[in-house]
Design a binder for this molecule. Sequence first.
Ligand SMILES: Nc1nc2c(c(=O)[nH]1)N[C@H]1C(S)=C(S)[C@@H](COP(=O)(O)O)O[C@H]1N2
Ligand SMILES: [Mo]
Length: 398
Amino acid sequence: MNEGRLSRRALLAGAGGAALAGPVLARKLVDLGLPGGPSLRPLDPQFPGKGEMIVQRIRAPLLETPMAVFDEGLLTPNNRHFVRWHWEMPTRVDAAAHRVTVGGAVERPASLTLDEVVGAGERVEVVAVNQCAGNGRGLSDTRVTGAQWGNGAVACAKWTGVRLRDVLAKAGVAPGAKRVRFAGLDVPLTDGAPQFLKSIPLEIAMRDDVLVAWGMNDEPLPLLNGYPLRIVVPGWFSTYWVKMLSTIEVLTGEDDSFFMAKGYRVPTQPVTPASGEVTMVPITTMPPRAFITSHADGDSVARGRPLTLRGIAFGGDAGLARVDLVGAGADRPCTMGPDAGPYAFRRWEVTLPAVTGDLAGIGVRAANVKGAVQPERLAWNPGGYARNVIERITLRAS
Ligand SMILES: Nc1nc2c(c(=O)[nH]1)N[C@H]1C(S)=C(S)[C@@H](COP(=O)(O)O)O[C@H]1N2
Ligand SMILES: [Mo]
């Protein structure tokens, strides 16, 4: 059966949904275009605080943002912001009873109420991209295991909080401190499985823009995005942005917990699926990326007419330097929209004077001010992390 064609003609319209979801429940499906498939995912508006999201998994939730949402503006609406949990998360949190403990290598272990966290220092706002290290993993070819995301495990929000260093100051960091580790309220789904713990170097924890955040686009954090408090580390992959923050622990040595020592690691040099043992280190900062959001792969465009393409880009751990349209003989620089800071999405736009034929494999390439440029070829790695190859689509002239 040609599932791809069936999906476009019938399933997207909801008519064929019965085949998968039963006769009464017609569901909307999207085709993520994952090489080798299966590529169809349901779109579901039924998760708390969320609108229509691409459902990758129900429990623990993995919800992807549809690419078209990014066409609407540089801040992703809270109800469309992607969701990723490793383990069982509480379905409600009592804010009045919530405490954040600050312990480990500190002078005075502390247990802080929400008010005490909010009052720990100056209120800080930062617009920053939240991106899963595995975003786009499902597009990896050769395929790799892990959540088979399309490119929507990313979103941009304005985060409001206090500096992590001001929260740490409530307990006083002791001499010899090296790392700061975080835990949330979620617990492993199976006995003996490791808790989701993540840590960052002390000098990163002390940065001006690393936050304990409670606000997302001027609203409280949605439950699924970590209510009531989460860590925000602008420029770093969101695996460190621990949600439903309940524990801060200062470490004097290396972190040997599972999700640091075993998971979320990348090779220190280029590898292929045939490479043997290689040195792996924890993933940290994000590289630049760009996407076309005005058009999807396979869309028709009018022959002989000017064509405006739009999208989003971000610089990763530094501001964007430039965005270029590439491929299909149409190479040219794009115009960039408002700058909401070095870690934010930025809109780009470009107009082709006239479409003369199909635009096969057209893409956009972002470069940041540190000189990082999106590569032509996928930097394949066994975890499918940090995808930032130039993403290409084909537009048909008609
Ligand atoms: N407590 C907790 N925080 C967590 C996680 C988790 O499983 N538990 N997953 C991390 C990962 S890997 C990602 S990609 C981001 C996703 O953030 P979001 O759900 O707000 O989009 O949360 C991070 N923080
Ligand atoms: Mo992630």
